[in-house]
Write a new protein. Structure first.
Length: 674
């Protein structure tokens, strides 16, 4: 490398880590934080695709660690490469990660977003390792309608939603409660109706600044941890329990109750004791969120504690027709979408479809590309919606899957006033009408769709590919790509067996997992990929792979003309990104106006000519061909699949509840993680 290039790249890296002007300093003249930044610059200057950071902040003091956490997140965002960050500090792991993996004895216990792993721990180890938790053993004693009763070991009877229980009456469970989910009340303060109740004994109290920690004891002697946040108001500071002195045991007083209104739970199939014990993890929420950590307001004495309800549901509207009739037109519209998911001018300054909408309606559009993944975006808006507050968006775009199901189940989406969107009935493709996750399109309308099928390079495979069975062909051993997304992976296993994922059963999931494990054991799979599979296919590392249709269209456009996408004989899976209106939207009529505007051949055509996924408006094909005059897009079967292809596609399985979702994950996750 030439010396001027070395100098340029060195200076670029120093500027990136905020050390411009420090180039001539000796190591001994740098602080600990500056030395860490130099080490980071040295690692980044070679432009790696993946950077491993093994306890990089371990030697720094607490204040400097916090500063460097922020710096690392900023740098990662700017350079745009993946950081693999290894740490034993649970708080640091939560703060630094977009996706979090918890390991024990060399085995991955769980992978997910920080919010998902914290709120839905898959095993008892994860629940205990990532933050504190209280596990209350009990037995299911009754199941009536939508509710189930659990009798705890101290005889207290609590009510939980039946949908979250995978067990039946007589089975043992563990109710998991995070310390911050408790709600502390003054002695004698009346408990809210419908709250569950157990008795506890107040013990030692520790003042931690932002909160006060109490150690309590159940009637059976089980220790309970309770956190009460320090709100700064004197009346909200509970009295401390007596401190222990040498030779003197602390004085304990009887607590009136530990109360809870448990709305819903997540389940773990983990059972380290070998019996049928299960973990139901409740995410109590009633107060407005102060952060994503869901800190609760401390409100009372150590004598009383209560579990807040899991979900403080947004206000339920009983008559949506009347609600819509009461809405007044506005001239604002806030639209949250994914990056690069709408038509944009060549210079990147304009969005023609939005510009035309504003001119036609007089509505000012604030367009925000804030959705990178469904899980973190859901984690961002759900606590706000749960507290009854507006999300700040009038329309969001969510992929069909668990997080859209969560929004629907929690009634966080506004039913669409269909009379205001006549163009949907007029122009929408059959493939986007009446989806299984939202029958009748009551809450959603598709923005774009895509197919999950098979892509391959015929120069490498030496033959045409027609079936999922080809992913199991020993001739391609070591050159097969499979998806790490377990929803996609599970569907591939089901389709290989000729099972429709949409109507599949847990017994069939087990069969699909078995055939996927066999594929892995035989050494056929090179890797379980995320989006990076397309790079491996382009450079020849893999010859055949699970694939998304839009990626292959883009690869063809970039010059990789040999790559082919096929809908196998067993069919493909179709996924949908959906427009929906969150409860609390300030401009819902503007959102309806946009939906109706979008479902026209002209507007859908403008967007499609840029986006290149599967268009929900078939008539847009003629507009792209004859008006925009782009035959490459108009005639692409990846953008406008023929009806014969669409007749062979399947929808994802629509999870019925969280227990259903976790059962799928527990069956297919080990294939990717082991």
């Amino acid at each position: 490398m030439k010396s001027d290039e070395v100098t340029r790249r060195t200076n670029d890296m120093l500027e990136l880590v905020d050390l411009a002007g420090f180039a001539k300093r000796k190591p001994g003249q740098l602080s600990g934080g500056q030395a860490q930044r130099v080490a980071l610059a040295r690692a980044l200057v070679n432009k790696p695709k993946l950077l491993l950071l093994d306890e990089p902040l371990g030697a720094l003091d607490l204040k400097l660690r916090k500063q460097m956490q922020i710096e690392l997140k900023r740098i990662q965002s700017e350079v745009g490469i993946t950081f693999l960050f290894v740490t034993h500090d649970q708080e640091e792991a939560m703060a630094m990660s977009d996706r979090l993996a918890v390991m024990s004895k060399g085995r991955i216990e769980q992978i997910g977003t920080p919010a998902d792993v914290y709120d839905h721990p898959a095993t008892e180890f994860v629940a205990s390792f990532l933050g504190a938790s209280n596990l209350l053993p009990g037995t299911i004693t009754a199941q009536n309608g939508a509710q189930a009763q659990v009798t705890l070991e101290d005889g207290a009877i609590i009510t939980v939603p039946r949908a979250v229980l995978a067990q039946i009456a007589g089975d043992k469970v563990k109710i998991g409660v995070r310390p911050e989910k408790f709600h502390v009340l003054q002695p004698g303060e009346p408990r809210p109706d419908g709250w569950n109740e157990i008795e506890a004994i107040a013990g030692v109290s520790v003042y931690l600044g932002v909160s006060r920690q109490y150690e309590m004891e159940s009637k059976t002697g089980r220790a309970l941890s309770v956190y009460a946040q320090n709100s700064g108001r004197q009346e909200d500071i509970p009295p401390a329990a007596p401190s222990a002195s040498p030779g003197i045991r602390p004085t304990h007083s009887r607590s009136p109750a530990l109360k809870s209104n448990l709305k819903e739970s997540s389940m773990s199939q983990d059972d380290q004791s070998g019996d049928k014990s299960m973990q139901a993890f409740y995410r109590g929420m009633t107060q407005p969120r102060l952060s994503r950590q869901n800190f609760m307001r401390g409100a009372g004495a150590a004598m009383m504690a209560a579990l807040a309800p899991q979900f403080a549901r947004a206000e339920t509207v009983k008559d949506w027709k009347a609600w819509w009739a009461s809405q007044k037109p506005t001239k604002e519209f806030v639209f949250a979408n994914w990056p690069l998911y709408i038509d944009t001018s060549t210079d990147g300054k304009d969005r023609p479809s939005i510009d035309a909408f504003e001119k036609q309606t007089g509505i000012n559009v604030t367009y925000k590309e804030v959705i990178q993944e469904d899980a973190p975006f859901y984690a961002q808006i759900a606590p706000v919606l749960k507290s009854g507050q507006p999300s700040g968006y009038d329309m969001i775009v969510m992929t069909d899957g668990w997080y859209l199901t969560e929004l629907l189940m929690q009634k966080f989406l506004v039913p669409i006033w269909r009379e205001k969107v006549p163009n949907f009935d007029k122009y929408a493709a059959p493939s986007v009408k009446n989806p299984p996750y939202d029958p009748g399109n009551k809450h959603t309308m598709v923005w774009q769709s895509g197919l999950t099928g098979i892509a391959y390079n015929p120069k490498m495979t030496k033959r045409e590919i027609t079936s999922y069975e080809d992913l199991w062909d020993p001739a391609f051993a070591g050159h097969v790509g499979m998806f790490s997304d377990v929803q996609e992976l599970g569907c591939a296993g089901l389709l290989k067996l000729g099972i429709n994922p949409t109507t599949s059963t847990p017994a069939e999931w087990e069969k699909a997992a078995a055939t996927l494990k066999e594929q892995k054991a035989k050494g056929l799979v090179r890797q379980y990929y995320d989006q990076s599979y397309i790079n491996a296919l382009e450079n020849g590392d893999i010859w055949i792979t699970m694939a998304w249709s839009g990626d292959i269209y883009q690869a063809n456009s970039k010059g990789y003309k040999d790559l082919k996408f096929v809908v196998p004989k067993q069919g493909a899976v179709i996924w949908h990104d959906n427009m929906c209106i969150p409860v609390g939207a300030k401009n819902p009529l503007s959102a309806l106006e946009w939906m109706n505007y979008y479902y026209t051949p002209e507007v859908a055509g403008m967007v499609e000519d840029y986006v290149n996924y599967i268009c929900p408006v078939p008539a847009a094909k003629d507009y792209i061909l004859n008006v925009i005059k782009d035959p490459a897009v108009a005639n692409s079967p990846l953008v406008f699949p023929p009806q014969s292809e669409l007749a062979r596609v399947h929808e994802y399985y629509a999870f019925k509840n969280y227990a259903d979702y976790m059962k799928w994950n527990n069956i297919f996750n080990p294939i990717v993680q082991s």
